[in-house]
Design a protein around this ligand. Structure first.
Ligand SMILES: [Mg+2]
Length: 441
């Protein structure tokens, strides 16, 4: 059968009437870790040490059969050779920004689709770069690899939906181009639920009408499509046929997926209060950062690392989003029981604030708590202003204090605690600390 007679509807067969490139980081979180820690390269590596289950795995770890979400104790037992690291979302975010900015050197029309994915409109750029679209795609891909030390898979096609199909076609480091004339060759190998934007529900509906592959869908006529499908799916149908209807949203999204703080300290044995104080300090710093961006987490994870740097962590969901540290410290001290082991020498603690959302929105859900929360917010506006004026961390939670006093003792140095207002190096006041009214949340 000839390729061209295969379609009984007008199909956009121009090679690239529009040239959309989709780029997708290969095992992105792990790749960031490997780029910053060369000793992890080519190793089976998983991230997620802070929450107790696998968040991302390197291709070597995938080859062992490790999957996302798998509990880490299982991984450690079954595959002792696997390197387990805690997620470092700030680094991932930084790499993500660098990735988008690199692509913007080629075209201003870049859509930040997710932390490791973007769409770029290359239409009309062949002359400027003196390259064909596939060559241009390849240059971008190669330069990203050279500059970031991370590989990306790329897909080039005339629509966003097809470009996404293409980038997923050959991973890792693949470049797949779908010119108009070859669209059907890709679509017939793809089930409908593998198409970006088609969920399980729609796939089930399509199946009832005998539509199993993306090609079956693309070949339905417009009358049928208009009758049975909603607008978003009708747009997908257009895009599968090579007619570009989805625009590139090139606004910059400065979302912080997560905020993380951790710090290494002098190993401490059986000093539960000191380890907890270190964690409390990290929580205060992370919350400060969150308030700065007016964000509040919906999930929080805490972890401890012992002196062989094995991480043990726990993730917990808040009953409401908040960036007030006293609430989170209270929660941390409850979770702490489950991860702290007597007799272990701890070297570091850390906290990650996950699923961040706008903190104004966060306050709306809670009727009974409004007054208490509002008081806390005012209090922290004042504290943030004071800390800004007199230097970071002049005012801290009582629970954090031991982190500073322990450093004075263990390191035998001059006190590290910052001077409070009215203090000098020779005269230190007792601590006028905010202990924070902690309410159940
Ligand atoms: Mg990816």
């Amino acid at each position: 059968m000839s390729l061209l007679t295969f379609h009984h509807r007008p199909l956009n067969l121009g090679e690239y009437p529009r040239a959309i490139l989709h780029l997708d980081g290969d095992a992105f979180f792990v790749a960031c870790e490997q780029a910053t820690h060369p000793e992890l390269r080519d190793q089976p590596v998983v991230t997620g040490g802070e929450r107790g289950c696998v968040t991302a795995c390197s291709y070597q770890a995938k080859a062992l059969g490790i999957t996302r979400g798998q509990p880490l104790y299982q991984v450690a037992k079954q595959f002792p050779q696997v390197r387990i690291v805690a997620s470092d979302f700030e680094t991932y975010n930084l790499y993500s920004q660098r990735f988008f900015n690199w692509v913007r050197k080629f075209t201003p029309e870049v859509e930040e689709y997710s932390i490791d994915e973007c769409f770029a409109d290359l239409t009309g750029l062949r002359r400027l770069w003196r390259q064909s679209y596939p060559e241009l795609a390849q240059s971008i891909q190669r330069q990203l690899n050279e500059s970031l030390g991370i590989t990306f898979s790329a897909g080039l096609a005339s629509t966003k939906v097809l470009a996404k199909v293409a980038s997923n076609w050959s991973k890792p480091v693949g470049l797949t181009c779908i010119p108009g004339i070859q669209i059907h060759r890709f679509l017939r190998q793809l089930s409908t639920d593998q198409v970006w934007g088609i969920g399980a529900q729609t796939a089930a509906l399509l199946k009832k009408y005998g539509i199993r592959t993306a090609l079956d869908l693309a070949r339905r006529d417009q009358t049928w499509i208009n009758r049975y499908l909603a607008k978003p799916q009708r747009e997908i149908w257009q895009e599968l046929n090579g007619n570009s209807v989805l625009d590139i949203d090139d606004s910059r999204k400065t979302t912080y997926a997560s905020i993380q703080r951790s710090k290494t300290f002098y190993p401490s044995t059986d000093r539960r209060s000191i380890v907890l104080a270190q964690l409390s300090r990290n929580i205060e710093k992370a919350c400060h950062r969150a308030r700065h961006y007016r964000l509040a987490p919906q999930k929080v994870s805490f972890w401890l690392k012992d002196d062989s740097f094995v991480a043990r962590g726990i993730e917990t969901k808040l009953s409401m989003p908040t960036n007030i540290p006293s609430y989170i410290v209270k929660l941390a001290s409850t979770c702490f029981q489950q991860i702290y082991q007597m007799g272990t020498r701890y070297r570091a603690t850390g906290v990650t604030l996950n699923d961040l959302q706008d903190d104004h929105q966060a306050q709306l859900d809670l009727f009974q708590q409004v007054v208490a929360i509002d008081q806390q917010r005012h209090l922290y506006q004042g504290i943030d202003a004071l800390n800004k004026k007199y230097g970071q961390h002049k005012i801290m939670l009582g629970t954090t204090l031991a982190a500073y006093t322990s450093e004075m003792k263990t390191e035998g140095q001059e006190a590290k605690r910052p001077l409070l207002v009215g203090e000098s190096q020779y005269k230190r006041l007792e601590f006028p600390l905010i202990t924070g009214q902690v309410n159940e949340i």
